[in-house]
Design a protein around this ligand. Structure first.
Ligand code: HEC
Length: 91
């Protein structure tokens, strides 16, 4: 399973090999969000995880270009868990 620093790296750098954009580029430093981009920091880990899984399964939609759907489909379940834990722990 991906550890905390792995999740942080994914958040700030993404993964070029998978054309996975950095979460940071939209959700901002410390995941505080802004404008169209929701705050992720400090939200319940279980909630964040459920949202990403729902996008991955095509069960959540709403953003016009399905941006999060494309992103979530590239994430492994273990990465979703690690990201959710990492983000929920940010104050
Ligand atoms: C290109 C911009 C962009 C990138 C990059 C991006 N997001 Fe998002 N994200 C959005 C937008 C826009 C929404 C709101 C979508 C909606 O509500 O329909 C969102 C919503 C979310 C939500 C739901 C929050 C809530 O309160 O329901 C989570 C969780 C999330 N993103 C996690 C991530 C993670 C983790 C990454 C990196 C792997 C990431 N996002 C990368 C644009 C982005």
């Amino acid at each position: 399973m991906l550890n905390q620093s792995g999740a942080e790296k994914l958040y700030y750098q993404g993964d070029l090999h998978r054309l996975l954009p950095a979460c940071y580029s939209c959700h901002g430093p410390s995941a505080v969000g802004g404008g169209l981009f929701p705050r992720l920091a400090g939200q319940q880990s279980s909630y964040l995880k459920e949202q990403l899984i729902a996008w991955k399964k095509n069960e959540r939609s709403g953003d016009p270009d399905n941006t999060m759907g494309h992103i979530a489909s590239k994430l492994k379940d273990s990465e979703i868990q690690a990201l959710a834990d990492y983000l929920s722990a940010i104050k």
